[in-house]
Design a binder for this molecule. Structure first.
Ligand code: MG
Length: 299
């Protein structure tokens, strides 16, 4: 049996939130449908943040009303505070992803909170999801470096991981929000988290800002991680991190792992078609991924 790698598609959320093009709601629904046709079963589809701060996510409630509900397809909504958590639950998200910050400089700008404050807030509001029977996960953002503060201590990641697990996070993601990680950083942080919370399911969120995202994904999988975020076309970025670029491209990562003998359950051809659809219709501008240019192999 090939080892399974779960790719969480974040294109409709992280991918679109920083794109210069505001994708209309009906086009977002077509995007989601194309992703499902390519085999995506778990995706970030919405973000319940203030619409003035992230205009591209202003229609998140409507998106959640209109996404196709299919057996086995789960939609994740992002929340940074209590109001976001309540909106995500009201909107019918199958899962809520709460964001902790690993460093104050980014934390203050992204959600006006220090690392400890985000952990305190999660303590308080995780129970809202749990009372509704909705699984809640945590992403630690800027876990590999902060655009304002610089290096982020590994101890902070371990502290936040412990707090997330204690409050009932069913999965913990380490986010390289600004794409500064190297494969050795990835291994070090995974080891540090496992030392304090050995049983929590880990997920990795890499941006390809400095061209290290595929190498980081390889390091994560070699360290035993089975869940990785990616966005079709490699679209995306972060509105509160200067020069942040897109996530690792879904088709690039699927190509690498499938050719390496792993199973992702995703259809490379349909992912590439979706990246090309983004270029010609969905966003009408070029996307970053390599596979959408080169195609798979063998043909
Ligand atoms: Mg991101």
């Amino acid at each position: 049996m090939p080892r399974r790698i779960e790719i969480v598609e974040v294109g409709p959320r992280d991918g679109l939130q920083n794109d210069p093009v505001l994708m209309p709601t009906e086009v977002k629904i077509e995007f989601v449908e194309r992703l499902i046709a390519a085999g995506v079963t778990r995706m970030e589809a919405a973000s319940f943040v203030h619409p003035k701060l992230v205009p591209a996510m202003a229609d998140s409630d409507e998106v959640m009303q209109r996404v196709p509900r299919r057996d086995g397809v789960k939609y994740i909504g992002l929340a940074l505070n209590e109001r976001g958590m309540r909106r995500a639950l009201d909107a019918g998200c199958d899962e809520v992803n709460f964001v902790m910050v690993a460093s104050e400089g980014f934390g203050k700008r992204n959600q006006n909170a220090t690392p400890e404050e985000t952990a305190d807030l999660f303590d308080k509001i995780a129970v809202l999801a749990q009372d509704d029977g909705v699984p809640v996960s945590v992403t630690i953002s800027v876990a590999f470096g902060d655009p304002f503060d610089g290096e982020v201590p590994v101890d902070t990641i371990a502290m936040l991981a412990e707090r997330a697990a204690k409050a009932g996070a069913m999965e913990l993601a380490l986010g390289d929000t600004i794409g500064v990680a190297t494969p050795w950083d990835v291994r070090e942080r995974i080891d540090a988290v496992r030392a304090v919370v050995p049983d929590i399911r880990l997920r990795m969120h890499f941006h390809n800002t400095r061209n290290t995202a595929l190498a980081n994904a390889y390091a994560a999988v070699e360290s035993g991680v089975d869940v990785i975020d990616a966005s079709v076309g490699g679209i995306g970025g972060c509105p509160f991190a200067p020069a942040a670029t897109g996530n690792v491209a879904t088709e690039d990562i699927v190509y690498m792992f499938e050719r390496g003998g792993f199973e992702t359950g995703l259809d490379l051809g349909k992912l590439i078609e979706t990246a090309k659809w983004l270029e010609t219709e969905g966003l009408k501008h070029p996307v970053e991924s390599m596979l959408s240019k080169a195609g798979g192999f063998p043909g």
